[in-house]
Design a protein around this ligand. Sequence first.
Ligand code: HEM
Length: 341
Amino acid sequence: MAQAISINEDLLCPEAIDDPYTYFGRLRELDPVHWNPLWQGWIVTRYKDVVAVLLDATRFSSDRMAYLDAHASAEKRRALEAYFAMLSRWLVFIDPPDHTRLRLLLQRASFTPKQLAAWRPRVQSIVDELLERIEPGKVVDFVQAFAFPLPVLVVSEILGFPAEDREQVRQWTTDVALPFFLALGVESREKWARAERAAKEFGAYARDLIRARKKQPRDDLLTAMVQAEHRGDFLNEDEVVANTVLLMIAGHETTSNLLANGLLAFIRHPEQIEVAAPGPEPARPGSGRVPALRSAGDGHGALGQAGPGAGRAADPCRRQAAAGAGRGQPRSAAVCRARPL
Ligand code: HEM
């Protein structure tokens, strides 16, 4: 199945970032189940294969950290000790039954449609504040002025980080995400050092806040995570710390990319502005009013791991990734580690 084809294997190369449709389209044409030696993983680009990988409960595992831990050099393991320890507790990198347990507890804490709807007015006012800072008629960098700060501000506020810490949180979030895709051949020691430092500092910061919430509960997500209970089971402190950091990162880069790529899509297809313009009802998938954002949406591929773990059909983000992949455009590619754990 693996073939030698002429393609830049670095998934973060300019061709893949600037025009992922052409890059992954070519890959799908030439070698739809492609072994990428640089990333040490199978790149799956056909819709039905992506869906199969994402939803297979027996053959694919999400436990990326176990694989990396087993294959990292001693130097790397030392350099990223706190980082590995934190990421191995992230919801997105664990398999059932641990995933099921953590997911249940986190669901108790947050993110029901009703809870999210209550945030709408506050999110709107953060959007308005950011837009007000942009001088009319002046050219601005949309990413710096809007797409990057918006999700950091919103997620920080939902979690309950004090407003004065948000710039620091934004820096930690960027640094922890640096070696996120952990492409074995394209990492640098400088990124490891920044990520390790950020994992330690962000972890210690979140731990202090969590301890404060235990003593003095507030109306925020940190408190809800500390208090979440299912049949006498609670999240432990390390789990709350790790998943606080995960929520910052998961909610950040993806949404920044969605906003920036969405704007670019509107610039390229101005007729879509009309279609997506606010109407009496909120735009919903399928209503025909969110096509440009949906097609520009995915910020990253989904990563799975071949091995004796379990897939997670119950994960809505995963279902979304599976549903979003393919349909004529390779919006989401699944990168599957091939080595059994
Ligand atoms: C455009 C926006 C977003 C996209 C494209 C996106 C995409 C994804 C994908 C593809 C996954 C599955 C990854 C995998 O299994 O390898 C995922 C998981 C996850 N996402 Fe999102 N996401 C977005 C926004 C968010 C936001 C705003 C949050 C929270 C603040 C979030 C939190 C999570 C969490 C916690 C998981 C892990 C779920 C689990 O394992 O049960 N995501 N996301």
